[in-house]
Design a protein around this ligand. Structure first.
Ligand SMILES: [Zn+2]
Length: 479
């Protein structure tokens, strides 16, 4: 297992990583509250933690990666009311379209997406423990966590409990003993989904969903907790209080990792501010590689400024420059295979390529500095510039050696994955023609021909889907 360091938000320093039970690593990342479509701000966080899991796996750790789904909360209930839809159905619909988009983005490291409402029994057990230990109290059909009973509250965020108090003009909930107390079981409101409990029908509060899930899946303590910077307070602060008060064990988490936010026009991208750019649109317009490149070309803890009509266009150009040798080599190897005859590499160059791969691992071993990894890759691309015209002369194994740094990036950064549009726009221009031919065949009643076209596309990994608006296609690959 390779050694590496992590910037830990709790101790506010970069620390050497040591798992509780090596080689296993428990990684929990706060997932979506799927009340609407996913935007590119959410995806930044999830791409980063996908990279963390990929790097750890490469270095010999066995990662168990969990991302919860807050499939019931106030926003979901409110949106469902507007659309006259069942809240749980609405949440699942948005969750599934996020999963489809995350597949396209190459996020493949998450082992399990637990849904909060599937953990109601665990949540009720934890509430009972908190009441029995004197940290929580029932009042008016709800249950509250009493913040004053947990003196360490505020240690992660550096926030004082006063920050939880509403402003002078906001009315304090009379059911609470103190304004900073937060709800862990919310009394049922007519028309909303609710569950039976010893304190009356209701539904869980937000923070306790995560701790019920992690105590169940990881036990009272685990290695890594990740999420966006905006979740530190009060969410993560409250997770610590709930879990440590309920289990009596500490610390809940050994390393807290927080990713910077994506800003648009200087403000956090968020639905409530109305400044979003949807992930699906970004994927359609730029493809997954450009998006991943855009995210990973910044340090994960820094804010990332997104400017519409500029940021992804620049990323596309830079990524095209970076991947020029990788594309050429991949084309030659695809055409002739690794068996192709030709010149071998000079020893010095072979060692140089190996050295680049070693440096790439080293960049990530220092708190996942992907910006530096990409700088190293640019260095290699510049190094190969002189060789570009002569690549044809090399043998398959020589080309494979030259490609090693890009293969590292494919494995860890998820870049240089050959897309169906790898030869620019090839599929995008050919598939619609095939779809048109199929539509014409169908309109003249030649269904055998229409099926033949569908099967031919399927054979190269393209799936067609017919609906009222016509035929859509997607590349699903072949296996
Ligand atoms: Zn969470």
């Amino acid at each position: 297992m390779r050694h590496f360091t992590v910037y830990d938000s709790m101790s506010r320093e970069e620390r050497e990583f040591a798992p509780i039970t090596p080689p296993r690593v428990g990684l929990f990342v706060c997932g979506l509250t799927p009340y609407d479509e996913t935007h590119i701000g959410h995806a930044r966080t999830f791409v980063f933690f996908d990279l963390v899991a990929r790097a750890l796996t490469r270095w010999g750790y066995r990662v168990f990666s969990v991302q919860n789904v807050t499939n019931l909360d106030d926003k979901i209930v409110e949106r469902a009311g507007e659309l006259d839809e069942d809240p749980l159905v609405l949440a699942e619909r948005h969750f599934l379209s996020w999963r489809a988009a995350s597949e396209r983005l190459g996020i493949r490291s998450v082992n399990y997406y637990p849904h909060a409402t599937d953990y109601t029994p665990e949540i009720l057990v934890q509430i009972r423990q908190l009441i029995d230990r004197g940290f929580a109290y029932a009042s008016a059909g709800s249950v509250y966590f009493e913040v004053a009973k947990f003196p360490e509250y505020g240690k992660l965020s550096g926030q004082r409990t006063e920050a939880l108090r509403p402003g002078a003009r906001v009315e304090v909930d009379p059911a609470k003993r103190a304004p900073e107390d937060f709800v862990i079981w919310k009394a049922a409101t007519p028309g909303e989904p609710s569950w039976e409990s010893p304190w009356g029908p209701g539904r869980p509060g937000w923070h306790i969903e995560d701790t019920a899930i992690t105590v169940r899946l990881f036990g009272p303590r685990y290695d890594l907790h990740g999420g966006g910077l905006d979740l530190i307070f009060p969410h993560h602060e409250s997770e610590i209080a709930l879990a440590q008060a309920a289990t009596g064990e500490a610390p809940l988490v050994n390393y807290w990792m927080h990713g910077g936010l994506l800003n648009m026009n200087g403000e956090k991208m968020s639905k409530s501010l109305g400044n979003i750019y949807s992930l699906e649109t970004a994927l359609d317009e730029f493809g997954p590689m450009v998006l991943r490149f855009f995210y990973l070309n910044a340090h994960y803890r820094s804010p990332l400024e997104f400017v519409r009509g500029k940021s992804l266009e620049e990323a596309r150009e830079a990524y095209a420059r970076l991947s020029l040798p990788a594309d050429r080599i991949a084309e030659l190897l695809e055409r002739d295979g690794v068996e192709r005859a030709g010149e071998e590499l000079p020893d010095a160059l072979e060692r140089e390529a190996e050295g680049v791969v070693e440096r790439l691992d080293a960049t990530l071993a220092r708190d996942f500095n992907t910006r530096e990894s990409i700088a190293v890759l640019f260095g290699w691309t510049r190094r190969l510039a002189d060789l570009l015209g002569r690549l044809e002369a090399y043998s398959g194994s020589a080309l494979a050696d030259l490609k090693a740094p890009y293969e590292w990036a494919e494995e860890v950064l998820g870049l240089f994955v050959r897309q169906p549009t790898g030869r620019p726009g090839a599929w995008a221009s050919v598939v619609p023609l095939a779809i048109e031919a199929r539509a014409r065949a169908r309109s003249r009643g030649d269904f055998a021909e229409a099926d033949r076209i569908r099967e031919a596309l399927k054979a190269v990994g393209i799936r067609l889907e017919d609906d009222a608006s016509g035929t859509r296609w997607e590349f699903i690959g072949t296996d």
